[in-house]
Design a protein around this ligand. Sequence first.
Ligand code: BDR
Ligand code: CA
Length: 318
Amino acid sequence: KKKMILDLDTGVDDALAIAYATAAPDVDLIGIVSSYGNNLIDVCAQNSLKLLELLGQTDVPVFKGLAHSSTTDHFDVMQVSLDIHGKNGIGEVQLPAPQRQVESQSGVDFYIEAAHKYGQDLIIVPTGPMTNLAAALKKDPEIAKLIGNVTFMGGALTVEGNVTGAAEANIHQDAEAANTVLSNPDLPLTMVGLDVTLRTLLTKRETQKWRDLGTAAGKAYADITDFYIDAYYNLDIDKNGCALHDPLAVGVSLDPSFVKTISLFMKVVHEGPNYGRTIGNNAKLNDPNPNVKVAVNVDKDRYLQTFMNYLTKLFSQH
Ligand code: BDR
Ligand code: CA
């Protein structure tokens, strides 16, 4: 069985990523590393603990990563993040205080330990800033060759960004870290960016099915996700539903056939007006064996069906 680490800034769609990784039959979720982004790192870590408890996953450890990017000394939550994900990151739904705490080991060291322990069986799915993974690669460069795959939610190749015209939110938080990860030639990467996630929408027809289950998890996840769907509508991001950014990355990491990809050497612009842009690296246009598979199309119907099968079954049990 594959071993998965999620690196989350939990967040409504990160919450859906936890559910997908928990429900998928062919993988062990061995830990969640916490990042900052949709909220402060401590809020994001607490959200992950609460959601794991809601889903009965009290044996999945949560680790704290770094609290801000390597190029700043602090992190402020953007107002738009609070508007989209709610002031508490999970749609202003109140879940019980978690019984457990975060681990004492740092998320960066957990990455390094897991890479040496599981090697090619290890799948890493970052769906927030890539600060933690970049720090692990700097601390122990050996791990790039060991890790099976990194499938991240972030970036935009064929469409505009969602924070600036150039930059998607996760990349915009720490473009330097993203560049460290994307330009590592030894690390097998798959980019699941706005190119595909903005096409993969969920509506209240689906969340109503979870609510109808009558379980605590079904109701909480329906409420959390409805907040996000309302925000998409009210902020005019999309009137037809909310984007399944983060759970799509988890799905693609387990079944790459959900997306069509092109292979490129990528880089991330980390200076100037295009800060945060994810783009092919001109200097490596003729190099064989590019390291990044960039998703450019998605079989959204088949993905959505799988997503609903997994999550509805999971929520019916909790
Ligand atoms: C990404 O940014 C975060 O706000 C979401 O959770 C998602 O990971 C979308 O750009
Ligand atoms: Ca996220």
